[in-house]
Design a protein around this ligand. Structure first.
Ligand SMILES: [Fe+2]
Length: 205
C-alpha cells in the first residue's frame, strides 16, 4: 500500500502527540531509564508539546513506530519519485514538511557526489534517518570524555544502511556517515536541525 507525504506527516504527528502528552497526559521518555548519562537528553521543563517532542529522546515505542513509517516511505517507489525531486544546483537538503504545531520536520537529502561526514550530534534534538536509495556506511561514536564543552569520541560501531533501513539518533548520539556514491535519505527531525547548535565533537585516534 502506497504512502503519501501527507499520510506520513499525519501518522508521525499522531505518534509524537502520544509521546508528548503520554497516554495519561504525562510526558514519557522510557529510553532515559536505559541510556547512559552522556546520551540522555537535557533536563527539560519546557511546557509546549513542540518542546517535548523536539528535545526529549524518543521513547522505544515512538522510535519503533517512526522507523516503521520511514521504512514504508523509503520502500515506496511513488513516494521516493514524488518527494526526491532535487534538480542539479538545488540544495542537498529539502524540507518536505514542517509541522506547524509540533515543529518536527520531514526532510529529503540527495547527495549526487561522494560525501564524507565528520562525527557529529544534533545538539538538543533527535533525528531518524532512513535510506531511500544507495548505501551509507554509518558509524556510531562513544563519548569518552567531555572537557570544557568539547566531547571527545571514539568509534564504537560501523554498519551499512541500504534501502529501507532506518536508524534512530537520540539526543546527543554521535554518528558519522560515509557516502561513496549518490544516495537519497529520508530524515525525520525533532525540530528543524538547520536551527540548532551542535555540540563540539573531536574524534580520538
Ligand atoms: Fe547526523
Amino acid at each position: 500500500m502506497t504512502i503519501t507525504l501527507e499520510d506520513l506527516a499525519r501518522r508521525l504527528k499522531d505518534c509524537l502527540l502520544i509521546q508528548a502528552n503520554g497516554p495519561d497526559g504525562d510526558s514519557i521518555s522510557s529510553l532515559d531509564s536505559v541510556l547512559p548519562n552522556s546520551e540522555k537528553g537535557p533536563e527539560t521543563n519546557h511546557g509546549t508539546a513542540a518542546d517535548k517532542v523536539a528535545f526529549q529522546n524518543l521513547t522505544a515505542e515512538s522510535a519503533g513506530q517512526i522507523c516503521s513509517l520511514i521504512t514504508q516511505a523509503c520502500l515506496d517507489d511513488d513516494f521516493v519519485a514524488s518527494n526526491f525531486t532535487r534538480q542539479s544546483g538545488d540544495d542537498v537538503r529539502q524540507i518536505l514538511y514542517q509541522d506547524p504545531e509540533l515543529e518536527f520536520c520531514i526532510c529529503s537529502h540527495v547527495y549526487d557526489e561522494p560525501a564524507i561526514g565528520k562525527p557529529h550530534d544534533h545538539g538538543p534534538s533527535w533525528a531518524v534517518y532512513g535510506q531511500a536509495e544507495g548505501e551509507t556506511e554509518m558509524s556510531d561514536w562513544a563519548i569518552v570524555k567531555q572537557e570544557q564543552g568539547t566531547r571527545f569520541v571514539r568509534k564504537s560501531r560501523t554498519y551499512t544502511m541500504v534501502r529501507g533501513d532506518t536508524q534512530v539518533y537520540n539526543v546527543g548520539s554521535v554518528h558519522a556517515p560515509v557516502r561513496e556514491a549518490s544516495v537519497k535519505l529520508l530524515r525525520v527531525e525533532g525540530t528543524n536541525l538547520d536551527n540548532i547548535t551542535r555540540s563540539t565533537v573531536k574524534p580520538l585516534d
